[in-house]
Design a protein around this ligand. Structure first.
Ligand code: UD1
Length: 329
């Protein structure tokens, strides 16, 4: 059993995966440039501060020869920013991944687990996507990830490397143990924004679009608890170490909630009346995006343990209160 290199392991999702890997007895080294990650989010693993595009740093890590798996989270993830600054996304997400994959190929890394996104599907007409739904991103973030998926697919076809691509739907919630959470400054994600407002860090929030063709007029998303998503990565590791073939899998629960339903849950659980404005649609938002994730359950034997909006919101809210108590604005 080799060591695992986790890029972006000081970030929101990566840090939850690192924690679960370490709890299971894996030896993990994290590579993170701390641009959006946090040193103290890395629990139980060595942290190397550096960039995925820095071949000297990456080659030094992989040169030890005992890393069998690279889990690659490091990326920019803010969709509206990818629209205004696309080259930042193609540079870090796509070119950075290319550099990392070249290093993996040269070092003979056996497995790569890659963090992809539901944004690769764009706007599927039914609002539901399985892994064979055509990919047609509607923003540079989605394209930057799809290009990385493509490189990985082609590299796996040409070399012994095998991979798992995980396409995340809307990741939310935090470690139920309260140790780590989502720290992103200037967050744009709905549950994070709503919880920040509920604890008094924001004066209010907006619903972007109330005229969608959905039951209550607001967008529907498939919110997956970060702990269940992290568990899927451990499944991917076991699959690859067990000799499983390269594959691409959706990570979601297969059902969704509207923006209004999410805000009602935050209001009810926080006991705070939210100050909500109704604003026009935000560019690039599909009306509904829900995963078909039977493949994940079938191949990895993955069973969600936190498929409950109240649990997602409660853990996100608890984390926001922890940050407030620590004086993090
Ligand atoms: C997007 C990406 C997703 C990516 C995620 C994180 C798409 C289709 N999805 O999710 O792949 O992983 O970003 O970068 O590109 N909303 C409000 N008010 C707010 C914030 C959000 O009404 O203050 C609404 C949005 O308009 C949307 C829903 O809430 O309808 C969810 O938005 P958000 O949490 O930002 O995630 P996505 O855009 O769905």
């Amino acid at each position: 059993m080799g060591r695992i290199l986790v890029t972006g392991g000081a970030g929101y999702i990566g840090s939850h995966v690192v924690r679960q890997l370490v709890e299971r007895g894996e030896t993990v080294v994290v590579l993170d440039n701390l641009s959006t990650g946090f040193r103290d989010a890395v629990i139980g693993a060595e942290l190397v501060v550096g960039d995925i595009g820095d071949r000297v740093a990456v080659d030094a890590l992989l040169g030890t020869g005992d890393i069998d798996t690279v889990m690659h989270f490091a990326a920019h993830t803010v969709v509206p920013e990818s629209v205004s600054n696309p080259l930042k996304y193609y540079g870090n997400n796509t070119c950075g991944t290319r550099s990392l994959l070249a290093a993996c190929a040269e070092a003979g890394v056996a497995h790569v687990v890659f963090s992809s996104t539901a944004a690769v599907y764009g706007m599927p007409s039914s609002g539901v996507a399985d892994e064979d739904t055509p990919t047609l991103p509607i923003n540079p973030y989605g394209w930057s990830k799809l290009m990385s998926e493509t490189m990985l697919r082609d590299l796996s076809a040409a070399t012994p490397l095998r991979h798992v691509v995980l396409r995340y739907f809307n990741v939310a919630g935090c470690d139920p143990g309260g140790r780590i959470g989502q720290n992103t400054p200037n967050a744009t994600l709905l549950i994070k924004v709503a919880c920040e407002h509920a604890v008094g860090k924001r004066p209010g929030l907006a619903i972007f679009g109330t005229d969608y063709d959905t039951p209550d007029g607001t967008c529907i998303r498939d919110y997956i608890h970060v702990e269940d998503l992290a568990a899927a990565h451990l499944g991917a590791l076991d699959h690859l170490r067990g000799g499983g073939a390269s594959t691409t899998l959706n990570c979601g629960y297969g059902h969704g909630y509207s923006v209004r339903e999410v805000l009602e849950a935050v209001q009810r659980i926080s006991g705070t009346r939210l100050d909500v404005r109704e604003e026009p649609r935000r560019a690039g938002d599909p009306p509904a995006l829900i995963a078909r994730s039977e493949k994940l359950a079938k191949i990895f034997g993955w069973t969600p343990r936190h498929d409950d909006l109240d649990v997602i919101v409660s853990t996100a809210l608890a984390w926001e209160r922890t940050l407030l108590a620590r004086g993090v604005r």
